[in-house]
Design a protein around this ligand. Structure first.
Ligand SMILES: Nc1ncnc2c1ncn2[C@@H]1O[C@H](COP(=O)(O)OP(=O)(O)OP(=O)(O)O)[C@@H](O)[C@H]1O
Ligand SMILES: [Mg+2]
Length: 246
């Protein structure tokens, strides 16, 4: 089954194009990491997949058309927005965020309990979300995404506020959950190195899709130079150094 089919996708905000003629497809289940510089259209791509922005071209998520079938899609896809945009949950306790109403009533708590274990937030359940540190908030939101038992997780920079030890741990756990639960994982992350050993698919984006494929094929020096500009190449190269020339 295909989880994503994207063909000739373009998204504009007014006059400005954020995505231009993007084409790729992805099998289910699998893992995809989206990388590219600031303003490359990574968040916009996730929003298009969720039917949150207008687009031109073809887009299918589990065969559904995001703009038309957004209700159905919400049940299949769980979305963790980029950190700056999650404050509507402020007055809630962690417990109320991770458990759905049915689960709080005692039905099918299993997925939520496993998510709590995976993200190691058992000690935070009675705390107020607003009082947590940035990294703790991220963990809670990842737990919520896992607990929903969605077929696809869209995570927009899930590590932006997680410490280095926590990043490695959470990346492992996400990939493990991906394998065990047969979900499709789509992650926007500048910290690609945490995922490389599981050979995810990589989409290298800078408004256009510069490259798509397994990390080794997609992240060549030439492609990185194209996406980031030569001046920034050293930085990217160093970040991935221990894994080879990408
Ligand atoms: N709601 C909006 N209205 C107008 N322009 C927007 C809007 N959202 C994004 N843009 C513009 O579209 C382009 C792509 O933005 P997007 O947020 O998708 O980038 P990104 O790759 O997620 O960047 P970052 O790594 O900084 O999160 C940017 O030039 C941005 O300024
Ligand atoms: Mg973004």
């Amino acid at each position: 089954m295909m989880s994503l089919e994207v063909a000739g996708l373009s998204v504009s905000y007014g006059e400005a194009k954020a995505l231009e003629d993007v084409t790729f497809s992805l099998q289910h289940p699998s893992s995809l990491v989206i990388v590219g510089p600031n303003g490359a259209g990574k968040t916009t791509l996730l929003k298009a997949l969720l039917g949150m922005v207008d687009y031109e071209g073809k887009l299918r998520v589990f065969g559904l058309e995001p703009r038309r079938d957004s209700q159905k899609l919400r049940q299949l896809v769980s979305y963790l927005p980029q950190a700056s945009s999650v404050n509507q949950l402020v007055p809630l306790k962690v417990r109320d965020i991770v458990y759905s109403p049915q689960e709080l009533a005692g039905e099918s708590r299993e997925a939520a309990e496993r998510a709590i274990e995976i993200t190691d937030i058992g000690g935070l359940l009675e705390r107020r979300f607003s009082e947590l540190s940035g990294g703790q908030k991220q963990r809670v939101l990842i737990a919520r995404a896992l607990a929903k038992r969605a077929k696809m997780l869209l995570l927009d920079e899930p590590f932006s506020m997680v410490d280095v030890g926590g990043r490695e741990q959470i990346a492992e756990l996400l990939l493990e959950a991906q394998r065990r639960e047969e979900i499709t994982l789509v992650i926007v992350s500048h910290d690609l190195s945490y995922f490389l050993k599981r050979e995810p698919y990589v989409a290298l984006l800078n408004k256009r899709l510069i490259a798509f494929g397994r990390a080794r094929e997609a992240l060549t020096l030439e492609n990185l130079a194209k996406a980031y500009g030569l001046a920034r190449l050293g930085e990217v190269y160093l970040a991935g150094e221990e894994h080879g020339p990408y």
